[in-house]
Design a protein around this ligand. Structure first.
Ligand code: PLP
Length: 378
């Protein structure tokens, strides 16, 4: 019999309150009871997104909300700037290209954050750019981008700013209105302690106006349809009823200590994970812009990352993620988002130490755990 510890950057574990909500009998959605639940969910989402903008709930994974942002705001042959510093930045380019949008691709070295000044320069060179697509936490590299700084430079132009916050929402502050983000995209299975299946999108007045004029083909993901329905606490299509009910449980839990305390907890878990990494003589993939939602750890050349991940899972029931694309086999990623607690981090570090030791890596056994515990006891 094995016990599992899920520390992957999506999906993430579910708290008992959420599991309980998911097991309730189905209710019908065209009812006052469900409209009240939708209204509460939207209010909760606005709180965590720190916005007064419209927020829509979609029945899809996070990528659905990414696609929705593209098709509602742009028409084919429009110009967009996409920031590629990892696999999820690349996804913005891929979606744009699928709809015939001209992408000005800004490539950033994987493991580095994008400099807002470089975005400013690109926008100056191409005033036709109508939208800037960026990733808040680039889950594939553990980088957090400076959205506030980016928003400042985009605000000097006519372009809209569209941010993928799929892995950061709930784990790190995203100040939609204060920073001035037109569209924020999020998903259910990362920081929000829910199963996969819901996506969220907050949309500014400016972006809604663009949605009135944009010509990209769309139907299921239409902001116009969503706006009409959500204005009366309704949904344009059958919503994922149990997930929406569970969403309120999850968001109420996240809200219960206040956002500042919530984010401080994840920051502490991130600091402890990083401290363990250094104590083990390892390095971060993104030391200058390390995200508080996921830590990407560079492995020594002679350690096979795929094997490390597999042995942690099979021997200790600890699920961490390996590297994707060009980082395959070279890194491991430990999430500290959603329903992940200090004890989970300690279990992950303990397992990492045991497996590194068994693979012949030389370090002082216990040093990582000690470093993490020192942070937690502060
Ligand atoms: C997980 C993730 C996605 C993809 O979300 P899906 O729910 O798998 O569609 C996109 N962007 C980021 C930053 C992610 O972490």
């Amino acid at each position: 019999m094995k016990k599992s510890y899920l520390l992957t950057p999506g999906p993430t574990p579910l708290p008992p309150e959420v599991l309980d909500a998911l097991s309730r009998p189905i209710i019908h959605h065209r009812t006052d009871v469900f409209r009240k639940i939708i209204a509460e969910a939207i209010e909760n989402l606005k709180y965590i997104l720190q916005t007064k903008n419209d927020v829509f709930i979609l029945a899809s994974s996070g990528t659905g909300a990414m696609e929705a942002s593209v098709v509602n705001v742009l028409s084919s042959a429009d110009y967009a700037l996409t920031i590629e510093g990892g696999k999820f930045g690349q996804r913005w380019t891929e979606i744009c290209k699928a709809y015939g949008i001209n992408c000005d691709v800004l490539e950033v070295e994987w493991g580095k954050a994008v400099e807002p000044e470089v975005i400013q320069e690109r926008l100056r060179k191409n005033p036709k750019i109508k939208a800037v697509f960026v990733t808040h936490c680039e889950t594939s590299t553990g980088v957090v981008n400076d959205i506030e700084g980016i928003a400042e430079v985009v605000a000097k132009t006519d372009a809209v700013l569209i941010v993928d916050a799929i892995s950061s929402l709930g784990a790190m502050p995203i100040k939609t209105d204060k920073w001035g983000i037109d569209i924020v995209v999020a998903g259910s299975q990362k920081g929000l302690m829910l199963p996969p299946g819901l996506a969220f999108v907050s949309v500014s007045k400016k972006a809604l106006k663009m949605a009135q004029e944009a010509m990209s083909p769309n139907y299921y993901f239409s902001f116009k349809k969503a706006k009409k329905a959500f204005d009366s606490s309704d949904t344009p299509f059958t919503p994922a009823i149990p997930l929406v009910i569970a969403l309120n449980e999850a968001l109420n839990l996240l809200r219960s200590d206040g956002l500042d305390n919530l984010f401080a907890k994840y920051k502490k878990m991130a600091c402890a994970t990083r401290a363990a990494v250094f104590a083990l003589g390892l390095k971060l993939l993104s030391p200058d812009a390390a995200s508080d939602a996921v830590t990407a750890i560079k492995l020594p050349q002679n350690i096979d990352g795929a094997k490390l991940v597999k042995v942690m899972r099979t021997e200790h029931g600890v699920w961490v993620a390996g590297g994707q694309a060009e980082l395959k086999g070279k890194i491991i990623r430990i999430a500290h988002m959603g329903y992940i607690k200090e004890s989970d981090i300690l279990i992950a570090i303990s397992s990492l130490e045991k497996v590194l030791d068994s693979m012949g890596y030389k370090f002082q056994v216990g040093a990582g755990l000690k470093a993490a515990e020192d942070i937690f006891s502060k």
